[in-house]
Ligand binder design. Sequence first.
Ligand SMILES: [Zn+2]
Length: 388
Amino acid sequence: MVTTRRQIVSASVAARVTNAGTNVGSTVTIHNTGNQAASAGAAAHANLQSNGNSRAASWHWTVDNTEAVQSFEHTARCWHAGNGTGNNTSIAIEVAMNMTGAGWAAAAENATQLAAMILKQRGLGTAALRQHANWMAKNCPEWIRAGKDGYSWDWFVRRTATHLGGTAVLPPAAGGTPTLHAMGWRTLYAGLAGNDVRALQNWLIEAGYSVGAAGADGSFGPATNNAVIAYQRAAGIAADGYVGPDTQTAMRAGLAIVTPGEPVAPGVGELVADGWWGPETTGRAQQVMGTPIDRIISSQWQGVRGAHPGLVGGWEWVQNPTGSTLIRAVQVRLNTERGAGLTEDGIWGRNTAVALQTALGTTADGVVPGPSPMVVALQTNLNDGALF
Ligand SMILES: [Zn+2]
C-alpha cells in the first residue's frame, strides 16, 4: 500500500480555509494539482497548506509517486470543489503532476490505493468516487480525464475496485468536452458495458448522435451501435461499429461533430485569465460566491467607470446606484476573512478594489486598468473555485 503520513494543519489555518461544520465524507473527489514543476510533489503541497496557503483553497490529501500526505482531518470541510455540496460532503485527493513516465504511473497507482483506503475506512465503494469535474465545469483531474499514458478515469475506478477486492460500481459521469471523453478507452463494441461505454455515449450525444431513449446508460446496445456507425460514416472511416484506434483518433480530433455539443450553463465555464472583467468573469464569480447567476453587475456608480476600464460588459453604470448582490457578497467576504472594514453596499469603488487587490496579492492601487493584474489573479482563482 502507498506510504501515508499525517501533517495536519494548525487550527488557525484550518479555520481560515474550511467551512464550519462537519464533513460527512460521503464521496471522495479526485483532483490533479495542475502544477508540473519538479518540486511540486506531495510534501511541497502539504507544506504549502501547513504554512497557510495564500489562496483560499484546501484539500485533505496530496499523493505523488512516493507518498500520500494528509493535511486535514476527513471531518474538515475543505475548499476544493468550487461547489458547496462538494466542499461540505467530499474528501479531496490531489494527485501531483510533478513527474512523467514511470513517476506518473506510480503516482496514479498510489492515488488508487489511497482512494481505496479512504473508501474502505468509510464503508464506501467506487460509486462514491467523484472527479472535481462532477462538481463544477473544470477539467480536473486533468491528466486522468485525458487518460495520460493510459491512466484514465475508467482505469482509475476499476483499479480502485481491485484494491477494494470487489467489482467496480460506476460513479456518475462527469461533464466535459467530447475530446476529453474520448481518451483512454479500450476497443468498444456492441454487448460491452462500463464507464468507458458511458463516456463514449456522452461523447456521441455531445457530438450530435442519439444513443437511444435511455441516454448514456453505460450499455453498448443497438442504438449506440447505430450511432457509432453513423458517426463512422460521417467521419469517413470504416463503418463497422467497433470503436477502436481509428475511430477514437477521429473522435479525439473532433471529426464529424454535427452539433457544437451541450452548451455550458451561462457564466459557469472555465475562464480565460485575460485581465478583463466581463460577463463570463461575473458569472463564474456568482457561481463561486453562491449568488444568483445572471452575469450582470447591477446598479454601479458611473463616477468610477473612468478609473476602471478593465470592467467591461455586464456592468450597469448608473447615477444613483443601489448595488449588486455579488459585489455585496465579495465585500462581506473581504470583511469577515480579511478584516477589510468595507461598507457592505454592493457598490464597486476604490476601497473595495484596494481590499480585493490586497487579498489577491496584486498592487493595491484601487484602480482596474484593462487588462488588470487583479482581474487576472481573480480569474485564476475563480477557475479553482476560490475568490482569493
Ligand atoms: Zn481539482
